[in-house]
Design a protein around this ligand. Structure first.
Ligand SMILES: *Cc1c(COP(=O)(O)O)cnc(C)c1O
Length: 312
């Protein structure tokens, strides 16, 4: 009797099937070959009939897409949802992304043919949208912006933070752990529910690298609570010559009447923050990015730091 395995279609025959050739337009040859081989192996083990190999291969290559991500409907009620990709990009942003996917003049001045700095247009756009900032720097994400700021301003020194602001913003973002990883020492002040300007005043000194205010983006503590405002802390920080850094999270650049409670970069800078940190893919609606806005001298210090190249 003939061994049924001899009836398993050959690889070159399967690769020539129109549906397989069509799928090969978006999948690499090794991926298509791997799918074909996997189905032939199943037939060799007797798990499927040799006659079913062709249709199984067609189904497998048709189901396999170049992206592992599936489009979903966001019915959570949370508009900017980290698990669902945060801010969807506008059509204009998608077009810009597609245009930037090929060779582009990212670090080339087309007028002179010489090398230029990257991100000049993004910086100019941020400054136009937030004139309260003297300068701006864009990095990989909000966490990277915070790491760069605390490293450049406070490595080997202290970051003074209110105890109620030592937050976790979802998996992998625990503010205390992130700051500890930079070589800065965390100096907690106040209590979980109440922190006053005097708590900061008591610890500011020669070992202070910066004071950090953090917006508790995704939770609220209410009742018997108090916090030192940016306005209150800015006077104190100026007295001690210590930079005041505000991590706002959301990326709102200017006040929005729809979100009266949400802090914005312009407001924080006007209130006296020296440096503001935010995400680019939350309320701003851009791609994954971290924004640093504020005093030119501080932005320059951050941009000069070797770590800046690793998080650009
Ligand atoms: C979201 C958030 C971050 C982290 O920003 P990523 O862009 O996710 O890295 C940092 N701080 C605050 C307050 C945030 O809300």
């Amino acid at each position: 009797m003939e061994d049924p395995r001899r009836r398993i279609p050959r690889t070159d025959h399967l690769l020539e099937l129109p549906a397989v050739r069509a799928a090969a337009g978006s999948l690499s040859l090794p991926v298509v070959r791997g799918l074909v081989r996997g189905i032939q192996d199943r037939a060799r083990r007797g798990e499927i009939a040799p006659a079913a190999v062709e249709s199984e291969v067609i189904a497998a290559v048709s189901a396999r897409r170049a992206s592992s991500l599936s489009p979903v409907l966001n019915a959570t009620g949370v508009v900017v949802h980290t698990n669902l990709g945060r801010a969807p990009l506008s059509d204009a942003a998608r077009q810009a992304l597609a245009q930037a996917a090929g060779y582009v003049d990212v670090e080339l001045d087309l007028a002179t043919g010489t090398r230029s700095g990257r991100g000049a247009a993004a910086r100019a756009a941020l400054l136009a949208a937030c004139p309260a900032a003297e300068d701006a720097l864009v990095v990989n994400n909000g966490a990277a912006a915070l790491v760069l700021a605390t490293t450049a301003l406070a490595a080997g020194a202290e970051v003074v933070v209110g105890r109620g602001e030592l937050i976790e913003i979802g998996a992998g973002f625990r503010l205390p752990d992130l700051i500890a990883s930079t070589g800065a020492r965390l100096h907690e002040v106040g209590t979980t529910n109440r922190t006053h300007p005097a708590d900061y005043a008591a610890v500011l000194g020669a070992v202070t690298g910066c004071v950090l205010k953090v917006h508790p983006s995704n939770f609220r503590v209410s009742g018997f609570t108090a916090e030192a405002t940016i306005t209150e802390l800015s006077g104190l920080c100026r007295e001690h010559g210590v930079p005041l850094v505000a991590d706002l999270g959301s990326g709102l650049l200017a006040p929005d009447p729809v979100l009266p409670e949400e802090p914005d970069a312009a407001g924080a800078l006007a209130a006296g923050a020296d440096l503001v940190i935010a995400s680019g893919d939350k309320l701003l609606g851009g791609p994954q990015a971290g924004l640093l806005l504020g005093r030119a001298e501080l932005i320059a210090r951050l941009a000069r730091h070797p770590l800046a190249r690793a998080v650009r």
